[in-house]
Design a protein around this ligand. Structure first.
Ligand code: COA
Length: 257
């Protein structure tokens, strides 16, 4: 347990908020552990449909705590370190993960966004990955995920030069889905999470899996989608969706877990 990560559940959404504001929410080993536990716990909790990451104060996170970095190298040969547990939990999450970036986001604060399903930002948000400037290296597959998300040119500016993107630039680059006024970010991101939480959970999980699956041959993907589509047509979730359409009512997917 750490006071620096705040976890709250409401309306199917688990919010995991970094809350170490005097250090710009720089992430310690205890914070990674707390966030990993909250994220893993959400996967087995039928009440939770969506996870939302946020940062309190004027930062999302200033990245890994640099003191911690020096004392505990994050990549360990004696089993997974806290940051590895956290990033593995993120990469393996079956439920959708959303991030609301309301200020600066540095290093792993950006690396983790590349594994989120939706990233929202406020106008004051900035994004930077100064690994090479710090004489370090890209991490957690960001040398693959960043060019895949924003193209090689922007990824090189970020990963080689360590250049900072504004919220609007990050939206144009495809890292951010939408930018909101600073005071509206959390409300808007939460509303979208609640919308996601009301959708059919199996359908959401299948779509997430497809969106995050490694590139494959188009014909193979078409076949995979076709098989899934037929399975979905036979699902109780589809029966509820179709029933709701013909009965002219809102579908209720709350009984599906
Ligand atoms: N690790 C540990 N402490 C950090 C930190 C980090 N990653 N980022 C910020 N802090 C601490 C500062 O040391 C300072 O602590 P202090 O008040 O006890 O001196 C406090 O947070 C506020 O930071 P400060 O630098 O005064 O704020 P700023 O608004 O001028 O700058 C940053 C903010 C994020 C641009 C700057 O702190 C910074 O560059 N941090 C390092 C980011 C980084 O390199 N992350 C790792 C990438 S791999």
């Amino acid at each position: 347990m750490t006071e620096y990560v705040k976890i709250s559940d409401a309306e199917g959404v688990r919010t995991i908020a970094f809350s170490r504001t005097d250090k710009k929410n720089a992430l310690t080993r205890e914070m990674y552990d707390a966030a990993a536990n909250a994220l893993n716990g959400a996967q087995n909790d039928p009440e939770i449909r969506v996870v939302l990451f946020a940062g309190e104060g004027d930062s999302f996170t200033a990245g890994n705590d640099l003191n911690d970095f020096l004392e505990h190298p994050p990549f360990s040969e004696d089993g997974p370190s806290p940051v590895e547990r956290f990033m593995t939990a993120l990469m393996e999450a079956k439920k959708p993960v959303v991030a609301a970036v309301g200020g600066l986001s540095v290093g792993i604060g950006v690396t983790m966004l590349l594994h989120c399903d939706l990233v929202y930002a406020s106008r004051m948000a900035t994004f930077s990955t100064p690994f090479v400037k710090l004489a370090l290296a890209p991490e957690f597959a960001s040398s693959i995920t960043m060019p895949a998300v924003m193209g090689c040119a922007k990824a090189a500016e970020m990963l080689l030069l360590g250049e900072k993107l504004s919220a609007e630039e990050a939206e144009r680059a495809g890292l951010v889905a939408r930018v909101f006024a600073d005071e509206e970010l959390i409300e808007q991101a939460t509303a979208r999470c609640r919308k996601l939480a009301k959708l059919a959970p199996g359908a959401v999980a299948d779509a997430k899996t497809l969106l995050r699956a490694p590139a494959e041959d188009l014909a193979a993907r078409m076949q995979r989608e076709g098989k899934l589509f037929n399975e979905r047509l036979g699902s109780d979730e589809f029966k509820e969706a179709a029933g709701a359409f013909f009965e002219r009512r809102e579908p209720d997917f709350s009984k599906f877990g």
